[in-house]
Design a protein around this ligand. Structure first.
Ligand code: DCP
Ligand code: MG
Ligand code: MN
Length: 358
């Protein structure tokens, strides 16, 4: 339900052809937020399913749902389809496909894609042709040159190979016992992944300068081929360095071809994200990086509405607000030794990573 409403909202937002579209974009955005909030206030909300009754009860204090809204929700819940969305997608199929293609370039979001579309750009080929006039960031430029390879999904067996390369390098670079594990879609058990997200953790203090050394080492071995973005202790203030990041592109060493014995095949370039945290932050970073995004949003809403806690990527804090509702101060981080501890604080049983969807 939430996904249908956000999709409706974003299509109307892209269309943006009449004041009606703008109004509808806002309306469906509100509907999707309302569903999300309702989910967060319902017990065991992690399932992502909400009933018409729950929605009605949830909206009662604000005057309830209109008949039209009720009809639309009923259609989606009961038939698992939405005729309005189908019609819109059918009518604007070409535009949607164009924008989706452009947004697959690393570093290109909905805003940039829309801007380019208005300038007559339809395909990645168009972007390449007009590179001179478009003013791409260096990350976007790299994303563009690896576009075809990065669109290919990574089989989970290959994610495990990439994880192993990183793990080995971690052991070479650090003399401390550091732990490295792939999170993201891989940890959720998906058969193929869009990128590889490796979370590295260790005792506090050991992280200092470590990520930079790890990256240098892996560049020298030829495994890391491009850097897209990095956030390390030198780049950010103290607080943000609770989660150091490196985003880039890697390539496994040549694989042996099976059809032509002995002939090497070049492996496909892959998106790799590295994250480094200290042990006390680990449960929170693990939860965040395992996702999925909707599960995370649900948890955050639940924490906020039911417990008045702010759940972030590296911790959970009680936040006090001033009379206008602005956050003014943050209490100490709620201590947690495991993901289960964090979920328990939020009144939930442990959710296995494979169930963290929606
Ligand atoms: N994440 C989030 N909110 C975002 C982006 C990411 O909560 N806006 C979290 C949840 C994701 C995790 O970070 O699961 C990793 O992000 P990815 O973009 O790598 O997404 P996934 O690994 O889940 O899927 P994919 O196979 O596309 O990489
Ligand atoms: Mg991922
Ligand atoms: Mn990622």
């Amino acid at each position: 339900l939430h996904a249908v409403f956000s999709r409706l909202s974003s299509i109307y937002e892209i269309l943006d052809a009449s004041p009606n579209d703008t109004y509808r974009a806002r309306h469906y955005k509100q509907m999707s937020l309302m569903v999300e909030q309702c989910l967060a206030s319902v017990e065991k909300s992690a399932s992502g399913v909400v009933s018409l009754e729950q929605l009605s009860r949830h909206t009662r204090s604000r005057g309830g749902l209109t008949l039209k809204e009720l009809d639309e929700i009923r259609e989606i819940v009961q038939t698992d389809t939405c005729s309005r969305l189908q019609e819109l997608e059918h009518k604007n199929g070409a535009m949607i496909a164009s924008l989706e293609g452009l947004e697959k370039i690393h570093g290109v979001g909905a805003g940039v894609a829309k801007l380019w579309y208005r300038q007559g750009i339809r395909t990645v080929g168009d972007v390449r042709e007009r590179l001179g006039s478009l003013n791409l960031s260096s990350a976007q430029r790299i994303g563009l040159s690896y576009y075809e390879e990065l669109c290919i999904r990574i089989p989970r067996e290959e994610v495990a190979e990439i994880e192993a390369v990183v793990r080995q390098a971690v052991a070479v670079v650090s003399d401390h016992q550091l732990h490295a594990a792939a999170c993201g879609s891989y940890r959720r058990g998906e058969q193929s992944c869009g990128d590889v997200d490796v979370l590295i953790s260790g005792t506090n203090g050991h992280a200092h300068g470590f990520l930079q050394r790890l990256v240098e080492h892996l560049k020298q071995t030829g495994f890391l081929v491009e850097t897209l973005q990095k956030v390390t202790a030198e780049h950010e203030g103290h607080d943000k360095t609770r989660l150091e990041k490196w985003f880039g592109i890697c390539r496994l060493p040549f694989a042996k071809s099976s059809s032509v014995p002995g002939a090497p095949i070049r492996c496909i370039a892959r998106r790799l994200d590295l994250f480094v945290v200290s042990n006390e932050v680990l449960p929170y970073a693990q939860l965040y990086l395992t996702g999925d995004t909707h599960f995370n949003r649900g948890l955050r809403l639940l924490a906020k509405r039911k417990y008045g806690l702010r759940l972030g990527n590296t911790g959970m804090w009680r936040v006090t607000h001033d009379r206008r509702g602005n956050a003014i101060s943050r209490g100490p981080c709620v201590p947690a030794c495991s993901e289960a501890d964090v979920l328990r604080e939020l009144g939930l049983d442990f959710v296995p990573p494979t169930d963290r969807i929606g």
